[in-house]
Ligand binder design. Structure first.
Ligand code: MG
Length: 218
């Protein structure tokens, strides 16, 4: 693995995300604990970086924050084993999986796909790239999220149901992961709705912080 992954937002072609990967979050939304990872994707057009606002999609009245540890892929991975999976990791990112919960609830009821609720423009705010060496154990980092200064999510990646190597191996059986792609590993409990003018802050241990303002799309 070589190179500079600081431009993953420009160069990455997909964002693969995992739903319900923390028991307490699955429970807060009334969902069962999955026996296999629940996978969805966001397009690269969902990315924003600090300085750009999160836009509430038209028709959404319940936009939720989900703070997540993201994995930045460092080399092409097709059907990789769990034992070797960490060799494919270039580093990490702190991300928000912004979710139009009202649209997602309609989709869930109808058995429809989640893309309208999960994959809209600005639905993936991200931090700068975090080198792999900065996080010796991705299953022992604190991730937190505040809205207007109030703590909403305060979790630890040790509570993931499916580990990072398991997720990368599983996902790579279906989708080839390429350098600069990212994998979002799910969110701990405490998700809540935000409105125009709110400021969302997130953090990963003492390593990195992010801040994004929410705006209506009108
Ligand atoms: Mg999520």
């Amino acid at each position: 693995m070589s190179g500079n992954y600081s431009r993953f937002v420009e160069l990455g072609r997909k964002i693969v995300a995992v739903g319900r990967n923390y028991r307490d979050h699955a429970a807060e939304l009334g969902n069962a604990i999955p026996d296999k990872p629940l996978i969805f994707m966001k397009p690269a057009t969902a990315y924003i970086t600090e300085g750009s606002p999160i836009k509430i999609p038209k028709g959404c009245t319940s936009l939720h924050h989900e703070i997540e540890l993201g994995i930045v892929i460092g080399k092409k991975a097709t059907d990789i084993t769990e034992a070797n999976a960490m060799d494919y990791v270039a580093g990490y990112v702190l991300a928000l999986d912004m979710t139009a919960r009202d649209l997602q609830n309609i989709a869930k009821q109808k058995g429809h796909p989640w893309e309208m609720a999960k994959s809209f423009d600005t639905s993936c705010p991200v931090s700068a790239f975090i080198p792999k060496s900065s996080i010796p154990d991705p299953h022992n980092v604190n991730v937190w999220c505040k809205v207007n200064g109030n703590m909403k999510q305060d979790g630890n990646t040790k509570d993931m149901i499916f580990t990072v190597p398991y997720l990368l191996s599983y996902i790579s059986q279906f989708f080839t992961l390429e350098p600069n792609d990212i994998v979002l590993t799910g969110t701990p409990a405490g998700v809540s709705a935000v409105k125009s003018g709110d400021v969302i802050q997130g953090g990963l241990d003492q390593l990195i912080k992010i801040e994004f303002r929410v705006e209506s799309s009108n």
